[in-house]
Design a protein around this ligand. Sequence first.
Ligand code: ADE
Length: 240
Amino acid sequence: MADLEGLLLEWYEHRGRDLPWRKTSDPYAVLVSEIMLQQTQVERVVPRYLHWLERWPTAASLAAAPLGEVIREWQGLGYNRRAVSLHRAAQHVTASGWPENLTELPGVGRYTADAIARFALQHDVLPVDTNVRRVAERTGWAFGPASAHALMDLGATVCRARVPRCAVCPLATGCPSRGRRYEPLRKQSRFEGSFRQKRAAVLRLVAEGERPVAELDGEAVAALVRDGLVRLDGELVSLP
Ligand code: ADE
């Protein structure tokens, strides 16, 4: 049997992406990157990640920041609740240290916990995101923890969801799915005209300065209050 994992790792040496969070084993920096990457594309995350770590280089510095500033800094990354989770996670870590079970941290599910365990703590675990799962399913190969970054890059740049680029794939020779095409994935729900867009617009306004609730979409304000993203004091909506 071909050593697919060896081929993959060799490919990664030459073709892997040079991403800033791969140069650190600081669990806080990895947490920041993985929370940002949950729902935002790599190219958009890179500059925001670098800026974030300049502003708040440690969990303690983030924990000490006013939540409103953290929400403001998050603007443009989308899915703003992640800012609240990240702030709470930083406070948890600052007060009690890193939990044994990382999923106890707000905003940290199985994948993110495994990514921190692998990339920061060098645990023998393979974090499985959509790219990793796709490559593993198509090749039928069980990859080990050392392949995590390589699988993410192969999935993102070569073994793509609909039209994989088998002609440039280091695993094509041994791959049982070589040359296959795939149906379009479930479309990401439309942002245009969505409630999510309304919420984002209201939050952007409030981030510029406090506003009377009467000037804003009431349902969006209520949802933002529920998620801890804004505060309602009498008639005034402001960042927390
Ligand atoms: N997506 C989620 N985590 C990632 C990582 N560490 N590198 C590249 N893409 C990712």
